[in-house]
Design a protein around this ligand. Structure first.
Ligand SMILES: Nc1ncnc2c1ncn2[C@@H]1O[C@H](COP(=O)(O)OP(=O)(O)OP(=O)(O)O)[C@@H](O)[C@H]1O
Length: 240
């Protein structure tokens, strides 16, 4: 079995007439939890869109599970949760999940399994329009988990959640990885970086670092990942 779930080589993306991702090259090992971090607007969502194959790319290649990103053979093997929850407002949580389960052709028991995984059992009969922001995000995450995809691409999945729930979701992410799934998770919260096995640090459409949290701490000489990120940026500016 190949060892990488994602291989990006020289990825360039133009949006709104401007190049916003400038030749990114990185690999995401299978079965790992990888954080995509960086300030707002640095290009995280754009990279994720390229990985799931919904972004027109200006140059370079993205290979996902051995196939070109967005290929037909990847349809059920990649799950994507966007920042804006994509659920039907007038359907209940369970109805939404049953609907998407049908579309994807996944096993019948899947909706109830994922509802439990994201902790929405008590809210399963509420319409999506009546959910809180955090619950809505979890409903969207549940859809991405349908069919047990091999690669999960999650755009800020823990935004707006309380620390307890965030902790529980990170436990779930690691359980999924232990089961063989690969997770690419974006965040701009540095305390979440420590929960990842590897980190891709972005800034202004460039990749500044691709390393483990431990190696980043060691090379920058600081325990705090927020400081480590700042030092990587400072190092970059000195080089430039
Ligand atoms: N539809 C669009 N048209 C033009 N420019 C866009 C479009 N979408 C994004 N951009 C620009 O592309 C750049 C990267 O945006 P992207 O959404 O990938 O950043 P991000 O790191 O995910 O930000 P955030 O953390 O705020 O979600 C930004 O400068 C943004 O303004």
């Amino acid at each position: 079995m190949m060892s990488y779930a994602i291989e990006a080589d020289g990825l360039r993306v133009v949006r709104g007439g401007r190049e916003v991702v400038h030749g990114l090259t990185f690999k995401v090992p299978r079965g790992s939890v990888v954080g995509l971090l960086g300030p707002s607007g640095c290009g995280k969502t754009t990279v994720m869109r390229a990985v799931v194959g919904v972004q027109i790319v200006a140059g370079g290649t993205v290979t996902v599970l051995g196939h070109p990103a967005g290929g037909r053979e990847l349809r059920r093997r990649v799950g994507y949760a966007t920042q804006n929850p994509a659920v039907y407002a007038d359907l209940t949580v369970r109805e939404n999940l049953r609907y998407f389960a049908n579309v994807l052709g996944v096993p019948r028991g899947d909706p109830d399994r994922v509802i439990e995984e994201v902790g929405l059992v008590d809210a399963r009969n509420q319409t999506a329009s009546s959910l809180s922001g955090g619950q809505l995000h979890r409903a969207s995450l549940a859809i991405a988990l349908l069919g047990e995809p091999e690669l999960l691409v999650l755009d800020e999945p823990t935004v707006g959640l309380d620390p307890v729930l965030r902790g529980e979701l990170w436990e779930l992410f690691h359980e999924l990885a232990d089961g063989g799934a690969t997770l690419l998770i974006s965040s701009h919260v540095m305390d979440e970086a420590a929960r990842c096995e590897r980190l891709l640090l972005m800034r202004d459409g460039l990749l500044l670092a691709d390393d483990t949290p431990e190696a980043l701490r060691a090379t920058t000489g600081t325990q705090d990942l927020e400081d480590a990120f700042l030092r990587v940026i400072q190092g970059q500016e000195t080089v430039a």
